[in-house]
Design a protein around this ligand. Structure first.
Ligand SMILES: [Zn+2]
Length: 234
């Protein structure tokens, strides 16, 4: 990791009027939450990708398979926020916003009051038939709603589903008012999340703190582990 880059980021952070963080799975792996995009499920002896499994079609046509995949690979109710969540929360509560692809609720647990969950949240669980909210503890017991027999689902955006329009509007507004953009823990290839950069304020500075380069132009890249980088920021 280049220290001059970190010093420059610290200066830009100190001078920024409004900061936006764009984060992904790499921020939560330090809390023991694996990136579910790297998991595959096995069904009828065939390996299937998360894109296939986490779709509306699988939810309704193969609900048991869907349920076991999310329960075994995505829910970590005892996970705790790490230093990255905490530092982002501290900065956001002072002068910023977070737009995250993460659905694990750890940013909210870290006390961040300015969180936009771009893809929803695993713990916002409801019945697809009667639309009643369902607690995690109930969902952990089974996917069929006892009250009505409907299929219970997590309030996350499945592949093929659209981003909530209010979430999209809010995210665009945040992008337009931020003069510093910090991307971390995401390969930045998931659309439309990656398109948010197109709404940035003119002259906004953009940094990425990632283990690998992200395919976005005009970005100052700090290559290295996000936890190491955030440890060194004030
Ligand atoms: Zn129901």
């Amino acid at each position: 990791m280049n220290h001059d880059d970190l010093t420059e980021l610290q200066q830009d952070l100190d001078n920024a009027k409004h900061v936006v963080f764009l984060t992904g799975a790499g921020v939560s792996t330090h809390s023991g939450i694996p990136d579910y995009r790297s998991k595959n499920g096995i069904y009828n002896g065939v390996q299937e990708s998360p894109e296939t499994i986490l779709s509306e079609s699988t939810l309704y046509n193969r609900p048991e398979f869907f349920y076991h995949f999310v329960m075994n690979n995505m829910y970590f109710p005892d996970a705790k926020p790490n230093l990255i969540h905490e530092k982002i929360a501290q900065i956001c509560n002072e002068k910023g916003d977070l737009i995250t692809q993460n659905i694990d609720r750890l940013d909210t647990k870290a006390g961040n009051k300015h969180v936009t969950e771009f893809h929803g949240n695993l713990y916002n669980i409801y019945c697809t038939k009667c639309h009643q909210p369902v607690s995690y503890d109930k969902y952990a017991q089974g996917y069929i709603h006892q009250n009505c027999g409907g299929i219970i689902r997590p309030g996350i955006v499945l592949y093929g589903e659209s981003i909530n329009p209010d979430t999209l509007n809010k995210s665009v507004n945040v992008m337009q008012k931020s003069d510093l953009i910090i991307i971390s823990g995401t390969s930045f290839v998931v659309y439309p999340f990656a398109q948010l950069l197109a709404y940035r304020k003119e002259g906004a500075k953009i940094y990425s703190i990632n283990k690998t380069e992200i395919p976005a132009p005009g970005v100052k890249k700090i290559i290295g582990d996000a936890l190491d980088a955030f440890k060194q920021l004030n």
